[in-house]
Design a binder for this molecule. Structure first.
Ligand SMILES: [Zn+2]
Length: 178
């Protein structure tokens, strides 16, 4: 009898933990998007939000890179060495930017892609720090993502060198679970 009872207790505990798991992952996923009324993965309408407003909404590291064009230290970004299947969205507004199929193992220290979502990205000449570069911005919210160079691999020869902190990854398995 005791054995049956303990099995029952075990089973019910397991069921409880199984029920709780989805809650956990949902709250983690929303950690960067909490209190952000502009965030959407489907709405591509151009945003015109001043930095004073973004500063109140975004975590400090995201604000520094995305809104003040800071660069994360090479080799430190969470997506630098990362090859899960899924999509990369703007960490500020949720706009779709890259597909994992276009990501390649670059040695530059930042996550790199050979192709971007043309509807998601915009470009601007950047002559800062004595260099001529092309800055990549989110087309929807104008956040700084990184730079684009012409030394990438086939088939495009393009290298989108991005800051992990400006990106938010959503895996295919996560999407299927919803
Ligand atoms: Zn954006």
């Amino acid at each position: 009898m005791k054995i049956i009872l303990s099995i029952l207790v075990c089973l019910s505990l397991q069921m409880c933990s199984q029920v709780k798991q989805p809650e956990k992952s949902t709250s983690m996923e929303n950690s960067t998007t909490k209190n952000n009324p502009y965030y959407s993965r489907t709405d591509r309408t151009k945003l015109n939000v001043p930095n004073s407003e973004w500063k109140k909404i975004l975590p400090a590291d995201v604000y520094a890179v995305a809104r003040e064009a800071a660069t994360e230290r090479p080799g430190t970004g969470k997506y630098n060495v990362y090859d899960e299947k899924g999509d990369y969205y703007c960490a500020v507004c949720g706009n779709h930017l890259f597909r994992s199929d276009a990501k390649f193992a670059s040695t530059c220290g930042w996550p790199s892609f050979f192709e971007a979502d043309k509807e998601g990205t915009a470009y601007k000449r950047d002559s800062s720090y004595g260099m001529e570069r092309i800055e990549v911005l989110c087309k929807r919210c104008d956040s700084h993502l990184g730079h684009v160079f012409n030394d990438g691999p086939a088939p495009t020869g393009t290298r989108y060198c991005m800051n992990s902190v400006s990106l938010e990854f959503v895996g295919d398995s996560e999407k299927a679970a919803k």
